[in-house]
Design a protein around this ligand. Sequence first.
Ligand code: 13P
Length: 277
Amino acid sequence: MKLDLRQKFVVGNWKMHTTAAEARRLAKAVVDGIGIKGVGVRDEARVSVTICPPFPYLALVGKILNGSRVSLGVQNLYPEKEGAFTGEVSPTMLLDLGCKYVILGHSERRHKLGESDAFINHKVRVALAAGLDVILCIGETLEQRKANQTEAMLDRQLTCGLADVPADTLTRLSIAYEPVWAIGNLEHHATPQQAQDAHAVIRRRVAQMFGEKSAQALAIQYGGSVKPENAAALFCRDGVDGALVGGASLIADQFLAIVRAAISASQTQENSTTTAA
Ligand code: 13P
């Protein structure tokens, strides 16, 4: 068995949901849940947890997360320091608000807002240079999967998305494999095997681009209808290093159950390493 000791990474993407009051309640519930659910120092080292609220609530959620084990992330940025870009938000502003992570290349931005691979790549490079950690989303549509183009799509999105990214910034980047057909779709969510296979393709491609060592250290999350019911089966798969959670991250109990599944999977993997050693 291949041993897998990358830290698990669970991220809640709230998308365009919640009111200010709901955001406050949800963030408090996540912080309280992670603080009191028997998560000790060792567990803390095993799983990293981030929530990404909508722009208008970053400050209020950031205040609640301050000093907790939960990091603040954001769902997008504009790749310029400042300037005449009406309605956009710069990396500097996000860092000022305490954001550590930014989600880039999400399929909703690719498909509903027309973001190109080149624009996403520009954002990735600017975000990393500014000091934000990047979660780069990639994934195929149902038509592409049916036409056996999954591997080619992942390859293209990685090649373009990571072009000219300095190798020494790769430790601040993770990939979220989010098959478009599995997002918000309980009838069509990926099986653990499909996730594992896609993650292996991604890791292989990253190894070709940046070397085996960087690829082995890279966290690859799965996203697409992750729920408490399927999280454990996904997390125990080789190379599935966590989850990017949409719908279930809006319900504190569900999100916390997913975090606990990540902690248990990590614990099991650690035990099997100890036994093997
Ligand atoms: P769901 O978990 O609602 O399928 O959303 C996944 C997603 O798009 C996370 O970024």
